[in-house]
Design a protein around this ligand. Structure first.
Ligand code: UTP
Length: 287
C-alpha cells in the first residue's frame, strides 16, 4: 500500500522562539510570505500526499485559524484586481484535505504521532517535522516508493561530521548505501556519545511509517519529563522487519531555532525572483 496521508506534528511549545511563539506558533513563522507549515504541506502534496493531519494543541488556535476560509479578504483582493494574491489565498487548505488531531500536553514526538492514529487509520503514512524545510519533494517521494516496495518503514538521512552526532538520532546501517542512496537500518540510537555512535548518518525530520508503529508507540516507556520518543518505537520496528534509510543530496534548512530560521529566510530571499536582486544589492552595500 502507498502512503497518501502525512502527519505534521505542530503541538510543541516552540521555546527557542519565545517570546515570539507566545502568540504565533513556530510552525506559522513566515518564510518570506509563506508560513513554514504551508511549505511543508506543499512538499507533501508534491510527493503525492492528499490528506494532511496536523497535530496541534488547543493552546495554539492560530494553526486552525490559518486554514479558515477568508471569503471577504479574497473578494476585496479580486475587486481591486489582485487576482494572483486572491488565488494563492483561496488555495490554502484546498489542494489537500486537512484534518486536525490534538496533543494538549507536549509529551514528545512519539506521543504526538500517536495522537494522529485515528485520523491516519490502518495504512502507511508520512511524518514531516515542520521545522525542517526541504528544497523539493523528491526525498519524500522516494521514501514513499521504498515503503511501498519493502512494506517497511523508511527514514530520511543526512551525513554529519562525527563530532556532531550527539545531538541526533543515529542509525546503525546493516550494509552499504546503494546507488540510489538507500541503506538498510539494523537499529538506531538517540543522542549517542561520539565514541559510541554506530555511524555518521543522522535521522532527519522525514519518515514514512507502516501503521504498526502506533502499537509500538504505546509500548514505549516514557523517558525524562514523561516524553515518548519516536526513535524508541522505530527501533522496535527495525528489530522485527524491513527498515530503510535514504540519503539524498537535497537542500535542507533547520528552521527550528532563530539562526537556522534566519539562514533559510536569507537564502530563499536571495533566490526569490521578485525580491532577490534588490536584497542582494542591499546585502552587498552593507558589507
Ligand atoms: P521540536 O522539539 O523542534 O519543537 O519538535 P518544540 O518542542 O516546539 O521546540 P522547542 O524545542 O521548544 O524550541 C519538532 C516538531 O514536533 C512538534 C513541534 O511542534 C515541532 O513542530 N512536537 C514536538 C509536537 O507536536 N509535540 C511534542 O510533544 C513535541
Amino acid at each position: 500500500m502507498r502512503a497518501r496521508t502525512a502527519v505534521i506534528p505542530a503541538a510543541g511549545m516552540g521555546t527557542r522562539f519565545l517570546p515570539a511563539t507566545k502568540a504565533v506558533p513556530k510552525e506559522l513563522l513566515p518564510i518570506l510570505d509563506q508560513p513554514a507549515l504551508q511549505l511543508i504541506i506543499d512538499e507533501a502534496a508534491g510527493a503525492g500526499i492528499d490528506h494532511v493531519v496536523v497535530v496541534t494543541s488547543h493552546a495554539k488556535p492560530a494553526i486552525e485559524a490559518y486554514f479558515e476560509p477568508a471569503p471577504e479578504v479574497i473578494a476585496k483582493l479580486r475587486s481591486t484586481g489582485r487576482d494572483a494574491l486572491a488565488d494563492s489565498l483561496d488555495r490554502v487548505g484546498r489542494d489537500v484535505r486537512i484534518s486536525f488531531a490534538y496533543q494538549d500536553e507536549a509529551r514528545g514526538l512519539g506521543h504526538a504521532v500517536g495522537c494522529a492514529r485515528e485520523a491516519v487509520g490502518d495504512e502507511p503514512f508520512a511524518v514531516l517535522l515542520p521545522d525542517e524545510l526541504m528544497g523539493d519533494s523528491s526525498l519524500l517521494a522516494q521514501m514513499i516508493d521504498i515503503c511501498e516496495r519493502t512494506s517497511g518503514s523508511v527514514v530520511g538521512l543526512k551525513r554529519v561530521p562525527r563530532d556532531d552526532v550527539s545531538a541526533y538520532g543515529v542509525i546503525d546501517p546493516s550494509g552499504p548505501i546503494d546507488s540510489e542512496g538507500v541503506v538498510g537500518v539494523r537499529t538506531m540510537v538517540e543522542k549517542p556519545k561520539v565514541s559510541d555512535a554506530p555511524s555518521d548518518l543522522i535521522i532527519i525530520g522525514r519518515y514514512v511509517l507502516t501503521p504498526d508503529v502506533f502499537d509500538r508507540i504505546e509500548q514505549v516507556q516514557p523517558g525524562a519529563g514523561g516524553e515518548i520518543q519516536l526513535t524508541d518505537a522505530l527501533r522496535m520496528q527495525a528489530a522485527s522487519g524491513p527498515f530503510h534509510g535514504v540519503l539524498r543530496d537535497i537542500r535542507r534548512y533547520d528552521t527550528g531555532n532563530p539562526l537556522g530560521w534566519l539562514t533559510a529566510v536569507v537564502e530563499l530571499a536571495l533566490d526569490d525572483p521578485k525580491i532577490g536582486p534588490a536584497f542582494r544589492d542591499w546585502l552587498q552595500e552593507r558589507r
